[in-house]
Design a protein around this ligand. Structure first.
Ligand code: ZN
Length: 496
């Protein structure tokens, strides 16, 4: 058998181990009794170490080397080798002791972070954060994919992206976003969310969430939706995709938009071409591209007027008392409120990018410029004032709000890149399918999905994100598409 075929098979097995680990995790979050967590944690740790030792084995190294020497490799083969090498390099360059030290510090740090957030007392989390920073810098030095330490960490989530590349994009977008947020907030007759904060029957919310994803062409033959505390999407094989949502009785958007968001992730996972099933390539091309898919369905489609032309009468029928007397336009305004706020996860799609830029700037200083942890809470608040014009009243609503720093750095930019990728891709779709939004008015979404399958989903990880966006739209990632999308959408909503 040739080395390429052997490499494929070797990683088929590794992927199956990953899927088994994912099943253990899915069950833990969806079904497992709380008291059973210890046994499950050990099973998950065992699966991880099995996967880790297979990846770092001499066999992997040899297969990669032999496969690289072969002639006539296809584009997919080359991508497979690239991804196998990425896994192998990481597994062999980072000593096992460092991996377990990071895991230990992260889980302790997580407990202390929860306490610190609860009491809004940064000093509780501080010693753990200092240790995590030290360990992550060591990790970046060892992995050293370059060109800088922070770029090495960013590359874990956005393969091919560097600090300079993201900085240029964010710097192009920052002043424009600040200006737009100011402008929207100077309007006197602003939309508000009061319609959404009534009592909405959880059973009906659940049923509607299923009805919506069915219309969005979520494949119930190879997927299912359940409830969980934190909505997420996971794949248990290339033909088994699970999503979760959560329901708040007193706030309609939580279930509704979590469901659409996760469905967007799931449609991506469901759309990989068969050739790459059960391989390292059966994954999103980057975190940012994955996020572009969830956000496109959630915000570009799910918060559009055309979408609600179809769904609003159905919702009115389900919740006649709550929605009586409100027009579709009223409802549409209420789900598109833009407002500076302290908490990133609650932020609207316009202010969201500013929350991310703040974290990106701080992370760079933490990893590369020896920023002292003591200075973080103050700097956080300064930047909040500079970017959003508000200062958090305490650290719970400031520097302590996110869980991410309990384990590492470099994740946040992907969230915002997702919005930018979505805007640029969506613009391209409308160019070739200008009547697409009229489909939504009829509850018809397959033309959009087919476009995404054809241009994004089928390829999985074959292309790197900066190459994929160029392949689809003919140009590099350009934040101006997002700015234009925001202006075109929100100025009319705000009567500007
Ligand atoms: Zn997401």
């Amino acid at each position: 058998m040739n080395a390429m075929k052997e490499l494929w098979e070797h990683f088929n097995e590794i992927m199956r181990l990953y899927y088994i680990e994912a099943l253990l995790g899915w069950d833990q979050q969806v079904n497992m009794p709380k008291g059973s967590v210890k046994g499950r944690a050990e099973q998950i740790a065992l699966m991880r170490s099995l996967i880790h030792s297979r990846i770092k084995s001499d066999k992997t190294g040899k297969l990669i080397k032999d496969a690289e020497k072969l002639d006539g490799l296809s584009k997919i083969d080359l991508a497979m080798i690239r991804e196998a090498k990425r896994e192998y390099d990481q597994a062999t360059k980072i000593p096992d002791e460092l991996v377990s030290e990071i895991a230990r510090t992260s889980s302790l740090g997580h407990i202390e972070w929860e306490k610190a957030r609860e009491k809004s007392d940064f000093s509780i989390f501080k010693p753990y954060l200092e240790k995590i920073i030290k360990l992550r810098i060591e990790f970046a030095e060892k992995l050293d994919t370059g060109p800088t330490l922070y770029s090495t960490l960013l590359d874990l989530f956005e393969p091919g992206a560097t600090y300079d590349w993201i900085l240029k994009i964010f710097n192009g977008m920052k002043p424009k976003l600040v200006k737009i947020v100011d402008k929207l907030n100077s309007v006197s007759d602003k939309p508000n969310q009061s319609i959404l904060k009534k009592n909405y029957d959880p059973e009906k919310q659940w049923q509607l969430s299923l009805d919506i994803i069915k219309k969005l062409n979520f494949d119930f033959n190879t997927g299912r939706q359940d409830k969980a505390t934190h909505p997420f999407t996971t794949s248990l094989s290339s033909i088994d995709t699970r999503i979760t949502t959560r329901i708040r009785e007193d706030y309609l958007p939580d279930c509704l938009f979590s469901t659409i968001h996760e469905c967007g992730h799931a449609l991506y996972q469901m759309g990989f071409k068969e050739e790459i099933h059960e391989t390292l390539l059966a994954e999103g091309c980057s975190m940012g591209i994955h996020e572009s898919q969830s956000r496109m369905w959630e915000n570009f489609v799910g918060r559009s007027k055309e979408f609600w032309t179809y769904w609003y009468p159905i919702f009115q029928n389900a919740f006649p008392e709550n929605l009586k007397g409100y027009s579709m336009e009223d409802f549409h305004r209420s789900i598109n409120v833009v407002e500076p706020s302290f908490i990133r996860v609650d932020a609207d799609e316009v202010t969201y990018g500013l929350h991310v830029i703040l974290r990106f700037e701080l992370e760079k200083m933490i990893i590369e410029d020896n920023l002292q942890v003591d200075e973080l809470p103050g700097l956080w608040n300064e930047k909040m004032e500079e970017l959003l014009g508000i200062i958090p009243p305490n650290d719970r609503e400031g520097v302590l709000q996110d869980v991410h720093w309990t384990s590492g750095f470099g994740y946040f930019p992907s969230y915002s890149l997702g919005n930018l990728y979505a805007a640029q891709i969506y613009k391209d779709i409308l160019k070739t399918n200008p009547s697409l939004p009229q489909d939504y008015e009829k509850g018809e979404f397959s033309n959009l999905l087919n476009y995404l399958k054809e241009n994004v989903h089928q390829y999985g990880k074959i292309y790197k994100a900066p190459d994929l966006i160029k392949k689809i739209t003919g140009e590099d990632l350009n934040p101006d598409y997002f700015i234009k999308y925001v202006e075109d959408k929100y100025y009319p909503i705000y009567g500007i």
